[in-house]
Structure formats: C-alpha cells, structure tokens
Ligand binder design. Sequence first.
Ligand code: NDP
Length: 245
Amino acid sequence: MTETKPLVVITGASSGFGAEDAKLFNTAGFPLLLLGRRLEKIQALPLDFTNVMTAAVDVTDQAALKTAIQAAEAKYGATDLLINNAGVMLLGNVQRQDPKEWQTMLDTNVMGVLNGTQIVLPAMVARKHGTIINMSSIAGFKAFANHAAYVASKFGVHGLSETIRQEVSSDNVRVSLVAPGAGETELLTHVTDAGALKDYEAWKQTMGGLTLDPKYVAQTVKFIYDMPQEVNVREIDLAATRQDS
Ligand code: NDP
C-alpha cells in the first residue's frame, strides 16, 4: 500500500521559486494546492496534475485564500506545509518612488504571509503538527540601496516568523524561513525604476551575470520540511557563491 502524503500549499507558484517548489513536491508525491494570480502559468507547469489543485488567488485577499485552502483540505486533509512564497520586489529610491509601490510590497510580502499563516495555524496547533516556511530574503536582515520598502517588508517577514515560531513551538508546530540572495526569477520584471534596475543588473555582473538557480532554493525548502517534526531548521540563508553582500 502506498503511503498517503499530506497537503502542501504553495503561494506564488506561477513562477520562480514557487514554481520550483511545486515541481519538487509534485515529484515527491505530495498533494498540492498551487496559488497565484496567473492561473494559466500554474496550469502550464510541467507537473503530474493528478493530485494538484490550483486557484487564482491574490494573497492580499484573505477570504479568497481561505476558500481555496478549505477546498483543498476538503479533498486532501489538513495542510501540513504552507510555503508563504508569494512576493514582489519593486526597486526604487524612497525620495521618488510612488507610495503605491510601497503599499503593494507591504500588502503582498507581509500581509500575504500573515493571511496564510492565520488560516492554517489554528488547525496545526490543534493537531500538534505542521510547518510554515516563509520566503524572506537576505534583504530581510541586511540593507540594500533602492530597496527601502522591500527591505522593510522582508525585515517584517523575519520579525513575524520569529515571533510566531516562539508562540507555537510548544505546540510542536514549526515556523521556518528561507532567505535567498539574488535569484533567476521573474522578480525584477515588475520594477518600474529604470535606474534602480540598471544598478541591480550591474551588481549581477559582479556575480558573472548569473545569480541563484531557483532549484536550489526549492531543495532548501524541501530539506527544511524533510527534517523530522522534532527538528526545526529555523532559518537558512543562501546565495550565489559570487554574491558579495
Ligand atoms: P517571481 O516574480 O518569479 O515569483 C513571484 C510569485 O509571487 C509569482 O508566482 C506571483 O504570481 C506571486 N505573487 C506576487 N504577488 C502576488 C499576490 N498579490 N497574490 C498572489 N501571488 C502573488 O519571483 P521569485 O520567485 O523570485 O519570488 C518568490 C519569493 O522569493 C518572493 O517572496 C521574493 O521576495 C523572494 N525572494 C526572491 C529573490 C530573488 O532574487 N529572486 C531573492 C530573495 C527573496 P502571480 O503574479 O501569478 O500572482
């Protein structure tokens, strides 16, 4: 008889790190709920969709997020792993950047993580089992020019992760975070400040023009999850070897 694996929920599964997470957990046989606003991109991923549910959900809409998670749980049972991965990085100098871009980052990167966490955490605490892995960034503990609001959002992810980790540790629930350096994803494609983008691209050249391959971020997430429940790898930061900061 084959072992039934528990439900893994991944936000921001349509590209980048989240898409790699989806591939890795799919290959490993976990039932998945894959979320993102661009449903067509999720549905085009090279996956075995037998045990995959998808939904077009904006993580800033907690009600929609809850509806999608409840539908997946009705089919696959309780969420055992939530990967709060959805995020945006809109580079810009704080003296000129449109405050709407700050709001988008704070709403997505901080409120999105809190929204997902609040939906799955009470049942994890009740079951005394479960894992939440938040995608932060090296910008979650270090400053980078032209990243003020993004840094604020990712410092926020570090802070809330450590707080919630303490709150639920006695309930055997793990809260962990992964803090990658620059990676080859779609993250930069939403930047509207041409100067900030040019500086970032120049910085990438100091790494030989190639940053972290998302597959290694996914492997890191999986490593954290695969540890026995009694072990919480609280935080891993990783970057391309040639990244200097
Ligand atoms: P991508 O832009 O490739 O992926 C971002 C994902 O987040 C997409 O699937 C996107 O889906 C989703 N997303 C964005 N906004 C929302 C929203 N409001 N609701 C739901 N989903 C949303 O970038 P990455 O893979 O790089 O980013 C993943 C995470 O990794 C982010 O949290 C990012 O901050 C973090 N990170 C990235 C680094 C990098 O250099 N790439 C470095 C360090 C951390 P859709 O647009 O379909 O909604």
